[in-house]
Design a protein around this ligand. Sequence first.
Ligand SMILES: [Zn+2]
Length: 192
Amino acid sequence: MLTEGDFIQAQQNPQLRKEFVSELDWSEIKDWTKSVVYCEKQDYLFDGEVSMLTKISLIPRVLNIKGKKSKIIIYPASFYNSSSRVDSLIHKNFGDFLSTLIDHEGTHAKQFYFQERKKLNLLHFLRKHKWVNLEIYVALNVLEAEFPAWENQTNNFSRRGSSSDFAQGVMRRKDSARGFYERNKYLLEQFK
Ligand SMILES: [Zn+2]
């Protein structure tokens, strides 16, 4: 079983990360997760580095097919000590890392498995082709995908032994997203 010490070593030494990821215990989310893999090449979203990402293939995603397990990709940013994206959300300890993997990405995997993000899946496709504006996409993303994931993280912080910096960072993020959502929710009227 991996320990805090293993996590610190993987933070310090990039060469250990692939093996570290292969030894992670994610049995808790195995019913909706196919694999958890490490990707050495850092990926970016509009607001900076991605730490982890949950993916299902395009066809089940666009056609809202239930029962498909996700692949969770872990990027180098999961091991960074600081980040250009949101410094408060860097993983200070192994509990923070597991909070993102099991409680956050695991929630996304479950959402895909039960297709709880139908409108978002359509919008994801439209957004890829820039057929829908960013505010609409982000507002719906926050509503259908991120609120439940942050909620699940919040409920499990003490169990994971997450750092208070990280826990506060997640809660701040949730609050600012709530503000954004409140300001932009009128944009979603057309998707009802
Ligand atoms: Zn998320």
